[in-house]
Design a protein around this ligand. Structure first.
Ligand code: NAD
Length: 336
């Protein structure tokens, strides 16, 4: 099923066009890739996007020509490798799925060597050309690439922590879907706060905070948590060397972008987990963390505390923190 929001977007596009006053130019950096292509398509169906700027070192003009024929009002332009600055001109939101994906047997951290410099260079261009833009980081390892973006912007003197987000929505989507698969609940109504970071043990689902999740215990609980933490491996294994999650990630990326765009346009109460600069565990040297974040017209509006955790969740959090700290430090050290 296509995203409900995307379908709604398509049907609302005409109604919106007469009332569209805000110009929201969104750029996708890495638009030619496995995530970038379907993400660009989904963003083309979002009525809150008025211009779509697609950039990649390979193939973006072709993706743009294709996507531009979809019958929604936004204008789509594709930019080749040497036109990054042009692609970023006037953008309000930049989504970054550029970089290499995992192959079987790899952890997200194994991608660091390649993706760290790709993300740093793209962030640097955004900081120079569109310093006011909101940056949504999909490229892995998110636990390190978000601190890389932050440190890069900081060096340029344009870092605003309210405008840099690690996209952890796929963990939230998976948690809802997997919980829906074992409890009698529609996944779209099974919203599970997933906190921490975005890799294996740093992914901490707070099932106790959901009506259908809190009764799950024992082996069923352990298996569910493991599946949420390592669901990405199922896809990597099934794709057998051809990459990692792309379609579900595009869905998740479009869902988070839509949430941010709605909040930027003044909708109140838009709250979702995302990996941001956070005070929650800063006293332990962990200054980026994903928890429920209320989004607003300036980006991050309010970072919610974790709320009460079950004993099992306390243990998951204990395992998360040291690993997350290492990942964050590795990202910072790369830019230092
Ligand atoms: N946050 C998440 O939940 C999540 C989930 C799945 C995958 N990912 C990550 O997303 C990234 C992309 O995955 P994919 O499957 O789309 O990979 P892919 O290889 O299919 O696509 C990546 C694209 O990035 C482009 N690219 C490389 N360097 C670039 C640069 N300097 N500027 C612009 N574009 C550049 C490539 O040309 C390619 O088109 C990977 O790092 C992957 O690990 C994140």
């Amino acid at each position: 099923m296509l995203a409900r929001s995307a379908l709604r977007s398509v049907s609302n596009a005409r109604a919106f066009s007469s009332s569209a006053s805000r110009q929201t130019k969104v750029a996708v950096l890495g638009a030619g890739g496995g995530i970038g292509q379907p993400l660009s398509l989904l963003l083309k169906t979002n009525p809150l996007v008025t211009e779509l700027s697609l950039y990649d070192i390979r193939g973006a003009p072709g993706v743009a020509a294709d996507v531009s024929h979809v019958d929604t009002h936004s204008e789509v332009t594709g930019y080749p490798a040497d036109k990054l600055d042009e692609a970023l001109d006037g953008v309000k939101v930049v989504v970054i799925p550029a970089g290499v994906p995992r192959k079987p047997g790899m952890t997200r951290d194994d991608l660091f060597n390649t993706n760290a410099s790709i993300v740093r260079d793209l962030a640097s261009a955004v900081g120079r050309v569109a310093p006011e833009a909101h940056i949504l980081v999909i490229s892995n390892p998110v636990n390190s690439t978000v601190p890389i973006v932050a440190a890069t912007l900081e060096k340029l003197g344009v870092y605003d922590p309210k405008r840099v987000f690690g996209v952890t929505t796929l963990d939230v989507v998976r948690a809802a879907r997997f919980l829906g698969g074992i409890a009698d609940v529609n996944p779209s109504e099974a919203v599970v706060p997933v906190v921490g970071g975005h890799s294996g043990p740093t992914i901490v689902p707070l099932l106790s905070q959901t009506a259908k999740g809190k009764g799950i215990t024992g082996e069923v609980y352990d298996k569910l948590v493991h599946r949420i933490q390592f669901g990405g491996d199922e896809v990597v294994k099934a794709k057998d060397g051809a990459g990692s999650a792309t379609l579900s990630m595009a869905y998740a990326g479009a869902k988070f972008t839509d949430a941010l765009l709605r909040a930027l346009n003044g909708e109140k109460g838009v709250t979702t987990p995302t990996f941001v600069k956070s005070p929650l565990f800063a006293d332990q040297g962990i200054d980026f963390f994903s928890s429920l974040v209320e989004l607003g017209p300036n980006g991050v509006e309010k970072i919610h505390p974790l709320g009460s955790l079950s004993a099992s969740e306390e243990k998951l959090l204990e395992a998360c923190l040291p690993e997350l700290k290492k990942n964050i430090e590795k990202g910072k050290a790369f830019v230092a």
